[in-house]
Ligand binder design. Structure first.
Ligand code: NOJ
Ligand code: CA
Length: 572
């Protein structure tokens, strides 16, 4: 893949006073999460302090200064709990400990203290839909057999014929293959994800009580907020006999009549959790990973009586086009207003192809096809002739500046500040994602977004740690490393730092006003009398509106035009 040398670019024309550069720190009010910039850390791939090839808590701790230098408000840690790593740590074997390969509770406490000292908050991932299959509860369920109270914590069912011994339904795991796994005594258990992720039974009071204990355990240690995995999936109704088929539940879609997704009773759980969050000063925040059928259904998770905020992934799936970006923003601001929350914006995370790579493809309007297209391109080893990495990188920077000008919370994913594209050529023996294995390699999976970060130009793992990294890094990481970009005003890293500092300074309220764009292929919106954001989505230059330039996402040829795939922030 062609890579970019930041020093060859000289586009950063922005100037601003030293005051803008002062350290911004997290704001101290209890509603900090409404407009926060939250940086997601995938702990196993961020920084490795002890050289065993796996990122760890002391590694994150050693980079607190870097995190603070970005101008973010909070970090969100993906799971760091004991796990057999069947799904990157989203298979949790103990919710109230740190995986010993990643450190200890003492290391965790030290990290929290250091983040807080640096003015940063910490959000952690809670995975309540399923445990790991090495969780003591699941081991007990297997040992104690059908009808036992231990089995009732999970969703076990007898086989259903015909044919004799067949699983209770034809439901498919999201990672491929059947969603039911048979155990030695003949019963099946439900696992909507990998078979190492048995779904919990949220009708069981012991399950409910235990998660409250877990929330308090971490909140008592100073954790500021929680990201709730599969928040729409906890309560299930499997009372129908026979169970509906996969085709039927696909037709029903998430909502009150679906046996698993977005059922109304799930909000009883979040009302209880809200009481827990609000018993702390300041109240702990919540953000749900929610996949619901409509705006109104998603809004129900984001109310002040519930989790408070819900992810929307619409910008991530929108093609890089003016109309798509504008309608996505309009729709989501309206949705956020329904709940009294703010919108969340995401361009990359640990589950999707990194946005510079997505944008290097021809842009499609159908979210499912966007995913398939990127998968097909990656599976081909990047050999599809129409992929344009330089264009993808320019669009990614433009989309990022667009996103960082929006009202609401922005979620960044580790490495996006370096402009990292997806790593597409990971050999099968180094792949870890269950989606790859459960689909016999047909789904290439998410490992390409989870390759350990490059911190330095050289070293056995480009500064990730003293040893080699748990997923091999490509050679071109050297020139995309933090070291290579530090002090380079035209680098992606410099753009993120500058944008985050300006965002803090310029953000005023939660309003956005659309202005007449200079071209149909552009958007222009105002956030305040002194801040507007104009993006050219086209492959041709468009006229530049009046206003002093604050910053640009790419090189500018002159003062009159906005080049293709470029965003400008203007004073005015
Ligand atoms: C959503 C997480 O983001 C993803 O990484 C994980 O595989 C599933 N939930 C299952 O926990
Ligand atoms: Ca380590």
């Amino acid at each position: 893949m062609a890579q970019f040398r930041f020093r060859d670019l000289a586009w950063c024309t922005c100037t601003h006073s030293g005051a803008i550069m002062e350290s911004m720190g997290a704001n101290s009010n209890k509603d900090w999460w409404r407009d926060a910039t939250v940086y997601q850390i995938y702990p196993r791939s961020f920084a490795d302090a002890n050289g065993d090839g796996i990122g760890d808590i002391p590694g994150i701790d050693s980079r607190v200064e870097y995190l603070a230098s970005l101008g973010i408000d909070a970090v969100w840690l993906s799971p760091f709990y004991p796990s057999q790593l069947a799904d990157g740590g989203y298979d949790v074997d103990n919710y109230r400990d740190v995986d010993h390969r990643l450190g200890s509770l003492t290391d965790f406490d030290r990290l929290v203290a250091h983040l807080h000292d640096a003015g940063l908050r910490i959000v952690i991932d809670i995975v309540p839909n399923h445990t790991g299959s090495n969780h003591p509860w699941f081991r007990q369920a297997l040992a104690e057999g059908p009808g036992s109270p231990a089995r009732d914590r999970y969703i076990f069912r007898d086989p259903v014929g015909p044919p004799p011994g067949a699983p209770p339904s034809d439901w498919q795991s999201i990672f491929g293959g059947p969603a039911w796994e048979q155990v030695a005594d003949g019963q099946y258990y439900l696992h909507y994800y990998a078979k190492e992720q048995p779904d919990l039974n949220w009708a069981n009071p012991e399950v409910r009580a235990d998660f409250v204990t877990t929330l308090r355990f971490w909140a008592d240690r100073g954790v500021d907020g929680f990201r709730i995995d599969v928040a729409h999936g906890l309560t299930k109704d499997l009372s129908a006999d026979p169970l509906p088929s996969q085709a039927e539940i696909d037709r029903i879609g998430p909502g009150p009549d679906h046996p698993m997704w977005d059922r109304d009773e799930v909000h009883e759980i979040y009302a209880e959790w809200r009481a827990v969050f609000n018993s702390y000063d300041p109240p702990r925040s919540g953000i749900g990973e929610v996949w619901a059928a409509t705006a109104g259904r998603r809004a129900r998770y984001a109310t002040p009586a519930g989790l408070g905020q819900a992810f929307n992934f619409d910008l991530l799936y929108a093609p890089f086009e003016a109309a798509a970006f504008r309608s996505t923003v309009e729709r989501n601001l309206a949705q956020a207003a329904l709940s009294g929350s703010t919108s969340t914006w995401v361009l990359s995370n640990h589950d999707v192809v990194r946005h510079p790579t997505r944008y290097s493809q021809p842009q499609l309007a159908d979210p499912d096809r966007v995913r398939e297209q990127a998968q097909a391109w990656i599976a081909s080893g990047g050999r599809v002739p129409h992929a344009e990495p330089a264009l993808g990188a320019a669009r990614a920077r433009a989309a990022t500046l667009f996103m960082l000008a929006l009202p609401g919370a922005a979620y960044l994913y580790q490495g996006e500040e370096l402009g990292l594209p997806e790593v597409i050529d990971i050999a099968p023996q180094h792949r870890q994602d269950p989606a790859f294995f459960r689909s016999a390699g047909k789904e290439i999976g998410r490992d390409g977004a989870r390759v350990p970060l490059p911190w330095t130009r050289s070293g056995p793992s480009f500064g990730f740690g003293p040893g080699i990294s748990h997923i091999p890094q490509p050679d071109w990481y050297a020139e995309m490393s933090v070291e290579a970009q530090a002090g380079e005003p035209a680098s992606s890293l410099a753009m993120y730092r500058q944008a985050l500092k300006l965002r803090h300074l310029l953000s005023e309220g939660e309003d956005l006003t659309w202005l007449d764009p200079p071209d149909d292929a552009a958007t222009h919106f105002r956030r305040s009398p002194t801040w507007s954001c104009v993006t050219n989505f086209a492959s041709h230059p468009v006229p530049r509106p009046p206003g002093r330039l604050l910053m640009a996402s790419g090189p500018l040829a002159g003062r009159e035009e906005i080049p293709p795939a470029t965003t400008l922030w203007l004073a005015g």
